[in-house]
Design a protein. Structure first.
Length: 604
């Protein structure tokens, strides 16, 4: 059978397989996903009624009223007010469990509430930090989760007004806790324990960050890490451990020994991390427990035990980072506190040697241009300039190949049924003309890790969050909100409401979508023109597959962040310009000159 027939059959098979896959997704997978979502919502609603209670045989019941949870049991609270944080800490247990990040909002809406970090017990997904002591057989006990601390100094925790809490165990031990906070996200907790008894006492300092359940949007961001995180080691050799919630559930207890370091729980943009004295040996434990059908994830560290002689006292200073993972803030704490690898609380990924430098370059351009979208354009131009010499040789080779197309067609006609002979003659032609047919692939291969690093950077850095470009693009870290099914905003309806295929019509955060945006279409057109300027594949089947690629990638890229499409589309434009100049110089046929010639003919 002629090769053309095989090519046609292959294309038909691919198209039918694709249609079957789409049909299965629309009519089977998406309805199943909707049913799971409805079941989860029903379960959540059934547990969000009334005050917090629990039993061994039924799931806990949570309150949705924050004020009820904050004042449960007549709890007294100390307000927290800083330029970046607002909330309160509970005098019961001295727990930091009510915290909002005032410089960040949940959405772009003007009336959107600030981002919540910590949430008090009694509410679904409670999340808090707590400091304390442990010790076996301590008469009178040590302060714990229910300890009623007294506020003995200060009234509101601010960067200029620390607060002091005290508790006496009634058996000779007095605990004094001084809590201070800076103007960013760092709490400093200095615990002093005085022994007024007649016997020495041995206790060990500790702290934990605890979270009930997992975030509701977990799984939407497969490219980044969310869950437990910490840096552990000794003698200058430290490594960062990441523990996804799924792996955490499979191995509920994971222990590390370290000198200094840090540990905690991280979200996409937010972090709660415990920081011990950097010269102290600690035992760090990541633990998950099933607290009455609601998994509780805790990151706990225990310091070295110390003995307090009668009439003596000791002081332990620990810290808590609770805030946004801004690169310059993490880097500042890393320097000032001598923290190992604190900037890697941001998930730079396995290409960190590209991702972080690319971010620093964009941040540099942002400082000059004042717009992250323009900074992305400047980064793209920089990358193209770095690759210019290599790309130039590649495009020269591709232009020469286009001029050899007539000779290549003659070889195919001369040996129509002898593929090995065709290849032999083609290779001889390439050697004679000094052309490397693979040279055109090299710039693209080099672009792939840069492309991934840009995508990673846009996904993990909070500096990109809610950053506008121009016009309708108000968040470079989110997909382009325009949609072909609304005529890019002219028709007031929500494609997500369409039965069965609403998710595909509305688009989403990455992945295949039928909801093409303005940026996706621009990207697709530039990709098509770039491929049209490249030499056609010698095999008819490959040629047809390559013709489909711009269409396929347009639908794939439509759900990716707008900043990534700006980068890739602008890169395509620069590539097309460079290719056109070289092809014009070699007098190689190209679609731009062909279009201009046809346009002139129509006007004539």
């Amino acid at each position: 059978m002629p090769p053309q027939d095989n090519s046609r059959n292959t294309i038909i098979f691919v198209v039918i397989a694709g249609l079957m896959l789409l049909a299965y997704t629309f009519f089977v997978m998406e309805p199943q996903a909707e049913r799971r979502k409805a079941a989860q919502q029903a379960a959540a609603e059934s547990t969000e009624e009334g005050p917090a209670t629990s039993s061994s045989s039924s799931p806990p019941v949570f309150t949705t009223d924050r004020r009820t949870a904050l004042g449960a049991g007549g709890t007294l609270r100390v307000p927290i007010e800083t330029p970046t944080l607002r909330g309160s800490l509970s005098l019961t247990g001295a727990r930091i469990d009510d915290l909002f990040l005032t410089r960040y909002r949940e959405t772009l809406d003007d009336d959107s509430p600030p981002v919540e970090l910590f949430r008090p017990a009694g509410m679904r997904h409670a999340y808090y930090a707590q400091f304390g002591w442990s010790g076996p057989n301590v008469t009178g006990g040590v302060p714990g989760a229910d300890t009623p601390w007294r506020l003995t100094e200060g009234s509101t925790l601010t960067p200029t007004t620390p607060v002091t809490l005290t508790w006496d165990n009634g058996a000779g031990l007095r605990f004094t806790r001084r809590i201070s906070i800076d103007d960013q996200y760092l709490f400093t907790v200095a615990d002093t324990v005085a022994n007024f008894g007649a016997q020495p006492v041995t206790i060990a300092p500790g702290a934990k960050v605890e979270r009930q359940g997992v975030p509701d949007d977990l799984g939407r961001n497969q490219i980044l890490h969310e869950g437990g995180i910490g840096t552990f080691g000794a003698d200058g050799s430290y490594s960062t451990e990441q523990l996804k919630y799924s792996a955490w559930a499979k191995k509920p207890v994971q222990e590390h020994e370290s000198t200094g370091g840090w540990m905690g729980i991280t979200d996409k943009y937010w972090l709660a991390a415990l920081i011990p004295p950097q010269d102290e040996k600690i035992e760090a434990v990541f633990r998950v427990t099933d607290a009455t059908h609601g998994d509780v994830h805790s990151a706990t560290m225990i310091g070295e035990a110390r003995t307090i002689a009668p009439g003596r006292q000791i002081t332990e200073t620990q810290r808590l980072f609770a805030g946004a993972k801004r690169n310059e803030i993490l880097a500042g704490y890393e320097r000032s506190l001598d923290l190992p690898r604190f900037i890697y609380a941001i998930d730079w990924g396995f290409l960190f040697f590209l991702t972080r430098p690319i971010f620093l370059v964009i941040e540099f351009f942002y400082g000059i241009l004042g717009n992250f979208g323009l900074a992305i354009l400047a980064l793209t131009l920089t990358v193209r300039l770095i690759m210019f010499p290599l790309a130039n040789k590649s495009y020269e080779s591709m232009s020469k190949m286009r001029t050899l197309q007539p000779k290549m067609e003659e070889i195919k006609k001369k040996f129509p049924d002898d593929a090995p002979k065709q290849q032999q003659e083609l290779m001889a032609l390439y050697q004679k003309e000094k052309i490397n047919p693979l040279a055109g692939c090299l710039p693209l291969l080099l672009q792939i890790p840069v492309f991934y690093a840009v995508y990673k950077m846009l996904s993990v850095t909070i500096e990109m969050r809610h950053q506008p470009f121009f016009g309708w693009l108000q968040d470079l870290s989110a997909p382009d909100p325009t949609n072909i099914w609304t005529l890019f905003g002219l028709i007031p309806w929500d494609p997500a409401s369409a039965p069965l295929i609403g998710g595909f019509l509305a688009g989403g955060a990455g992945g295949f979508t039928l909801g093409l945006s303005v940026l996706a279409i621009i990207y697709g057109l530039t990709m098509w023109l770039q491929m049209a300027m490249s030499p056609p594949a010698p095999d008819p089947m490959q040629r047809r597959i390559f013709q489909f690629m711009p269409v396929i990638f347009t639908f794939i890229m439509a759900g990716f962040p707008a900043g990534l499409l700006i980068y890739w589309g602008w890169s395509n434009v620069l590539t097309i310009f460079q290719q056109y100049i070289i092809m014009h110089r070699f007098k190689a046929e190209n679609p731009i000159d062909t279009f201009i010639a046809r346009l002139k003919k129509v006007k004539a």
